[in-house]
Write a protein that binds this ligand. Structure first.
Ligand code: FES
Length: 111
């Protein structure tokens, strides 16, 4: 099922936000190249938010590039291509297929 997240212009390049569906939180990143990347907002190392949700003391440590997001807690980097981690995480995170249609951003989402 395709779920609309936002309009392309809603998020500036280099910015991120979150979307909640039930008990799931998605992290939405727009990298500096303008591409969108959507992952589960949860680090596989210690199950904390990658966007420092509920961890405002870590907001300054949320970093991402065109290729990966870095966990603000201990610095594991997760590939936007396939969710593969660097240490100290071992398990990949879920990466969602992003669909841009008519300047709107969607993801394929299965609960
Ligand atoms: S909680 Fe993310 S790297 Fe440790």
């Amino acid at each position: 099922m395709a779920i609309r997240l936002c309009a392309v212009e809603d998020l500036a390049k280099g910015a991120y936000t979150r979307a909640t569906f039930g008990d799931k939180v998605l992290a939405i990143f727009r990298s500096k190249d303008g591409n969108y990347h959507v992952v589960d907002d949860i680090c596989s190392h210690e199950n904390v938010s990658l966007t420092a949700h509920n961890q405002p003391n870590l907001e300054d440590f949320v970093h991402f590039t065109n290729d990966y997001v870095e966990c603000p807690s201990h610095g594991a980097k997760f590939s936007f291509a396939d969710g593969a981690p660097t240490l100290p995480a071992f398990e990949p995170i879920r990466v969602y297929e992003v669909i841009i249609e008519n300047d709107e951003v969607f993801v394929e989402y299965e609960a």
